[in-house]
Design a protein around this ligand. Structure first.
Ligand code: MGD
Ligand code: MGD
Ligand code: SF4
Ligand code: MO
Length: 710
């Protein structure tokens, strides 16, 4: 007899602002289709190009299905199957040996957002590693500088609802490629555009999103601070501020005005390259159009001055009073108001007093002993992450991972560039094979992901992996034996008014719930100030920047109170020159004259899917976008195999000679695997230097040279 197809409501597990609600179809125990949920107001029934055949991803024959032990040299990717008991016993034996000799801090967890769920995501191993006494990993790949800037200026508020952009009449998308990276918000922007909104994109190259804008402005990478300060200059000089709003709901207008006085559009033009007349026009249009919204992306923070630029950007709507309008204000990362007991998830109370934290953007230095740490790292456990693709100075990471005395455990779906170095490789489930609860950084919905099929082989969820590890180490805290549903029940703050009295049964029936924090069409959270800052106002001038100094906000260093980093910060927004630009670093630019920007690809999700032939076919091989002028002087023509390099490393790609990129800059998208690409991938050239705040990365602040490959 034919079995009926059954459906389950799920959620996309990816590190993507859209957090789509999905419908899994299962026939005879097999996942046969994954669709976007038509009822969900952001998903609107459609998944992106990456995930629309998600069922096939689950059945990829290359998946890691069993625990394995390395059987070839490190990096060879050769493994032999073992049992779970053997794998766990070996991890136990090696970890306890290392703890006995070097102390528990010699063990470093490295994880990020391969999966983004409250249960299976960024924080899944924290309680276990805290209990073990391991080094606390600080993980600031994405949004950390921006969040520090946000908290200093407006505090932990969700800000503008991305759905409120339907009401906007002027939209500035700043360093964000929404068409590829936030497609479900782009639909809202398009709707506003059809209703007469002007869409402005600020991006150093003509991205897919820039091509669809009404107006595209091209600052040099890492110079947004000058542009934003010049906008403030024009708004103040031309009397375009909302004086009443400024007087009642802001702190530090006078010193900001004084700081901005130097940033005439003419001066800013010399820094960012945008004509002064355009800067004036942008400032005037933004300040004088009601319902003007800002959407800064993740890329703005990726330079020495990125976070300071963002503080200037976040100051704009308080200067003009656009927080008063539905579809005004700023959509940054609206994750602050999800009612989750993060202290229960991460268990900071289990961290032994005095345990050090290390930032894993510096993994190469850490593993090679350059970071001057004692004890050095003798064991590394990687899960939800692929540092060889996504971290910085990745040649150095590979050298570190090749150390014979380093014990490396990796939990993965595939034998990634990182997994190739594992001593013990463990099989992980994909989304349809486990339960999870997703918060979002691109809308206000909690979304339940329900297990729809049994995992293949011996794959286990991350939560189950840490249950098994905790049992092996004899840890008895109750959460180490709670199943996924019990964890969700315990983690969510069901008493919060934002959950409106619903329960798990509601989620199982409906799949998602919109937080009770106002309706998108009318919502104006800061019309009357109400900024959750120390002063209760929008802080142009931040006393805490002086008093408390730099800090890494949650969630980047576990989800508990912000960590103070010590260095005193500038109390005002401003322009800080990039580390690596021809004007600021002429010595380096002599050898490496081109700035490189490495945004997200359209077809991959960070490094995920970049091992699947059909996805590579639609995305194309690694391309290096270069201006015809820079190509000509290097005898590069369309399709030439080129080498991109600096002192940190070299990788190859195919030249795409195009006016989409201005002279002096090249673009190479993130995600390609070293093992499948000729000679490395883009992060071999990325510096591990922090950006200005929150220990953000500097992926947009690197100089390289490009030449024909030999
Ligand atoms: N298709 C796809 N979608 C994704 C992802 C993916 O890998 N693929 N990854 C997800 C993740 S983890 C994230 S964080 C988001 C990120 O999504 P976005 O915020 O869109 O970030 P990026 O794609 O890195 O960069 C966006 C744009 O910023 C520009 N840019 C780079 N440097 C600068 C600068 O200094 N100033 C300005 N003004 N612009 C600059 C780049 O040219 C690029 O076009 O996307 C998520 N969505
Ligand atoms: N040059 C450059 N570098 C960048 C960026 C850039 O724009 N330019 N972007 C940065 C940003 S914004 C981010 S967010 C980071 C992303 O860095 P990562 O979080 O490392 O990125 P992903 O490639 O999405 O995921 C890593 C791995 O997690 C695995 N995984 C997925 N789900 C699970 C699971 O449930 N369990 C386990 N055990 N594993 C799982 C996947 O198979 C994948 O190999 O990269 C950063 N690096
Ligand atoms: S990757 Fe983003 S856009 Fe694509 S299905 Fe997942 S949440 Fe939706
Ligand atoms: Mo990210």
């Amino acid at each position: 007899m034919l079995q009926e197809a059954v459906t389950k409501l799920g959620a996309c597990p990816h590190d993507c602002p859209d957090t789509c609600s999905m419908i899994y179809t299962v026939e005879a125990g097999r996942l046969t289709e994954v669709r976007g949920n038509p009822d969900h107001p952001m998903t609107r029934g459609a998944l992106c190009a990456k995930v629309k055949d998600f069922d096939k991803h689950h059945y990829n024959p290359d998946r890691v299905l069993y625990p394995m032990r390395r059987s070839g040299p490190k990096g060879s990717g050769r493994f032999a199957r073992i049992t779970w008991d053997e794998a766990l016993a070996e991890v136990h034996r090696r970890f306890t040996g290392i703890i006995a000799t070097h102390g528990a801090e010699a063990i470093l967890p490295y994880n990020y957002l391969g999966n983004e769920g409250v249960v299976q995501g960024l924080t899944v191993g924290d309680a276990f590693f805290n209990r073990l006494g391991a080094t606390v990993a600080e993980k600031t790949f994405c949004g950390s500088g921006s969040c520090t800037a946000w908290l200093l200026t407006v505090g932990p508020t969700n800000g503008t609802d991305p759905m409120s952009f339907a009401q906007s009449k002027y939209i500035v998308i700043w360093g964000c490629n929404s068409v590829s990276t936030n497609i479900h918000h782009w639909h809202v922007v398009k709707e506003a555009q059809r209703n007469g909104a002007k869409v402005v994109v600020i991006d150093p190259y003509r991205s897919r999103t820039a091509k669809e804008a009404d107006w595209h402005l091209m600052p040099k990478p890492g110079t947004d601070g000058a542009l934003a300060m010049a906008m403030i200059n024009v708004i103040v000089e031309e009397g375009l501020t909302d004086a009443d709003y400024v007087a009642r709901h802001t702190v530090g207008f006078e010193p900001l005005k004084e700081r901005a006085a130097a940033f005439t559009p003419e001066y800013a033009e010399t820094i960012c390259g945008i004509p002064a007349a355009d800067i004036r026009r942008l400032a005037r249009e933004y300040a004088t159009t009601r319902n003007a919204a800002l959407r800064p992306g993740i890329a703005v923070e990726r330079s020495a001055g990125g976070a300071q630029a963002l503080r200037a950007i976040f100051s704009l709507p308080a200067l003009t009073g656009s927080w008063k309008d539905p579809g005004g204000g700023v959509y940054q990362m609206p994750l602050w108001e999800f009612p989750v007991h993060w202290d229960r998830v991460c268990r900071p109370d289990l961290i032994p007093e005095g345990t050090r934290a290390l930032n894993v953007l510096k993994l190469g230095e850490i593993l090679n002993g350059e970071a001057g740490i004692d004890p050095g790292i003798h064991a590394l456990m990687v899960y939800n992450a692929n540092p060889v693709s996504n971290s910085t100075e990745t040649e150095k990471i590979k050298r570190g991972l090749a150390r014979e005395d380093l014990f490396t455990v990796v939990s993965e779906h595939f034998v990634t560039d990182t997994a190739r170095y594992a001593d013990i490789l463990l099989p992980a489930t994909m989304a349809a094979e486990h339960d999870d609860m997703m918060f979002s950084w691109g809308h206000f919905f909690f979304t339940l992901n329900q297990k729809a099929i049994e995992p293949p082989g011996e794959a286990v969820s991350n939560a189950e992996l840490f249950r098994r590890l905790a049992r092996t180490f004899g840890f008895t805290e109750p959460q180490f034996s709670m199943d996924e549903t019990a964890l969700m029940e315990w983690y969510l703050d069901w008493d919060s008014h934002k959950l409106g009295g619903i329960d798990m049964a509601y989620f199982r029936e409906h799949g998602y719930y919109r937080l009770d924090i106002g309706e998108p069409a009318t919502r104006t959270p800061h019309a009357e100030g109400n900024f959750p800052t120390p002063s209760g106002k929008c802080e142009f001038f931040s006393q805490s920047a002086i008093d408390n100094g730099n800090f890494v906000a949650p969630p980047f260093r576990q989800m508990y109170e912000a960590q103070q980093g010590g260095e005193v910060l500038d109390p005002l927004p401003g322009y800080v020159p990039a580390n690596e630009r021809p004007e600021t670093n002429p010595g380096q630019a002599e050898r490496y004259p081109l700035n490189i920007v490495s945004p997200k690809s359209h077809g991959f999700l960070n490094s995920q899917y970049a091992n699947e032939a059909h996805k590579i076919r639609s995305q194309g091989e690694q391309a290096i976008l270069i201006n015809p002028r820079d190509a000509l002087t290097r005898e590069i023509t369309e399709g030439s195999l080129v080498k991109v390099f600096n002192d940190r490393g070299a990788f190859h790609g195919q030249a795409k000679v195009t006016d989409d990129v201005p002279p002096g800059m090249v673009v190479a998208s993130l995600g390609y695997w070293h093992s499948l690409n000729r000679g490395g991938a883009v992060n071999v050239i990325s510096s591990s230097t922090y950006g200005g705040m929150g220990h953000s990365p500097t992926f947009s602040d690197n100089l390289v040279q490009v030449g024909l490959a030999q």
